[in-house]
Design a protein around this ligand. Sequence first.
Ligand SMILES: [Cu+2]
Length: 177
Amino acid sequence: MEKSAFNMLVLVGCVGMFLLLSTQCSAEQHEVGGKQGWDESTDFDTWASGQTFKVGDTLVFKYSPMHSVAELGSEDAYKKCDVGSATNSMSDGNSVVKLTKAGTRYFACGTMGHCGQGMKVKITTVSASSSGSSSSSPSSSNATPTSTSTSGATSFAGSLVFVAVILVLSSLMNILC
Ligand SMILES: [Cu+2]
């Protein structure tokens, strides 16, 4: 009884720790267009389709002074390359856009003719939690026929496991981040 409660606590602790670490680690920077950057020659559809944009991530547009970044307010404006209706314009050559909420955002180059040449990108952001754990852990009670050792020894072993798991997870996250 007491043992299973402790095991539960260890499990919850490990899962909580993992979630904490993984959310800290999950904010990503997407350099728009990859190595080619924000340029007419880049295939942005292909680039975007290979990315997962999550809430909290940032977009970084890197470009020469001949380009700019205009955020468009609608799919319609995006299709028509209606750069004149831009809701936000940036031209500093290194524009950072934070993806604060789920949904679709539209960006195009503000330079005459460039959007028509394909210099535009549609970014669909998903909520950070949706890609996370859909934890369907089997909640079967007493599924594990653990050895009937004394609860003191189990607690000690349990804490060792707990510490080990945290150490492994944190070093793993350090490598991944
Ligand atoms: Cu341009």
